[in-house]
Design a binder for this molecule. Sequence first.
Ligand SMILES: Nc1nc2c(ncn2[C@@H]2O[C@H](COP(=O)(O)OP(=O)(O)OP(=O)(O)O)[C@@H](O)[C@H]2O)c(=O)[nH]1
Ligand SMILES: [Mg+2]
Length: 464
Amino acid sequence: MFFDEVSLELEGGKGGNGALFFHREKYVAEGGPDGGDGGNGGNLILEADENYNTLQHFMGKKHYKAPNGENGFKNDMAGHAGEDLILHVPVGTIVHDSKTDEVIADLKKNGMKLRICAGGRGGYGNGHFGSSTRQAPMFAELGDIGEYHSVRLELRLVADVGLVGFPSAGKSTLISHVSSAKPKVAAYPFTTLIPNLGVVHLSKFGGSDTQSFVIADMPGIIEGASEGKGLGDTFLKHISRTATLVFVLDPFCYENLTLVQQFEILQKELKAHNPELVKKDFLVVMNKIDSIPETDRAELQKEFLKAYPKLKTKFRPISGVSGEGLEKLVFELEKTVTKNREKNQELDINKSEEEFMEYTPTQFVDENSFDVEEMYEVDAASFQELVLGQVIDNETLPKRQLFKVTGQRVEQISRMTSPEYPDAIMRMLDVLKKMGIHKVLLRKGASNGDFLKIGPRFYEFHEL
Ligand SMILES: Nc1nc2c(ncn2[C@@H]2O[C@H](COP(=O)(O)OP(=O)(O)OP(=O)(O)O)[C@@H](O)[C@H]2O)c(=O)[nH]1
Ligand SMILES: [Mg+2]
């Protein structure tokens, strides 16, 4: 089983709580507020790492959370921030939002990072809230929760060249001869169960140090693969981003298929999987020529080109075992790869290839925007303990309206407001005024004593 898809629950760390302290020193009366800030929660980061070829390491654990920030201390000492949690994924991992299936990022280059979940902001200590009008702030903020996202990771390997052929055609032998990859080679079909990547360094063949490309060894394909026969065709999506294909044909095909038949079937199966696959640049190799006498080689080649005269310039006899023809092949592939890379770069100009990306869900583009919605009438009694800890005499009070206030910033402040401190709640009401939310509430008919639901908490509305 090849693990090229996994769903994960990801969470940034919670911010530390701000501290509530007043300066104490011998002989100094009435010390000012000096509670330190909480540290920010750690971010959760996904990083493309070429040392990984599959998503298998996520099979056991599905939920990851970055460490929390530390609470603040007295003497204005801030808590430490939580460390970032970095999850390594193979190069070519596409990150989807699980709910909408929207593509969040395509981590297609080694080292690319996506901050998928920001850690929660650390709460301010009361040292932060001292002002001329509020000399002894009797509250500190709570740390905010970290962002939470449910994502689906999908791996699409990014290789320059993909090897396509029947089982036992010698694909793995070929890749192990030209690259650093060491896949299993055996005389039975379907030895390779998952795509393998290898890097071909042209310097090994007398080229320069800067010339290299990535080659992918695919599992074998048989007739009916697109309908699930053999290993099926699901792994073929991994060559969707491969610009160049090499069809590896086997003169000793285990099903006694001729080179022409093999090529026909491979084309048919690729096309059935995705018609784009047969539009790619390609070469056709006749493998295992070390075991074929010279005269027979010429005969086989003639036979193939009779069926496909247009492929004269694309046909190459090689041997993955003796190495014959491989040097020419890799130099030719390198040329095509370079040409295609340049072409892709032109197509990709609009796409930024930033090394570090931050995910901001679309609904949060303007963090100060908000929405006020009138919900329904509520019975005051059911709310009384939620509101400022005040006991409300519900005998004498009419029904009240409940309003829901939403918005990134306002909900964050609400999450960071500790219901323990009346001062903190007064500050929340100040924020509503400053952000213009108070006015909108009045316009919508809110009156004294109505309830507001903001983020996870309830507040009582006051007209003044
Ligand atoms: N004589 C000869 N035998 C070869 C050559 N290349 C591969 N073989 C043999 O063919 C058999 C299959 O080779 P693999 O490289 O495992 O073939 P594959 O295409 O990767 O096969 P699957 O992974 O099953 O799809 C092995 O016994 C190899 O030794 C070659 O160039 N010459
Ligand atoms: Mg193989």
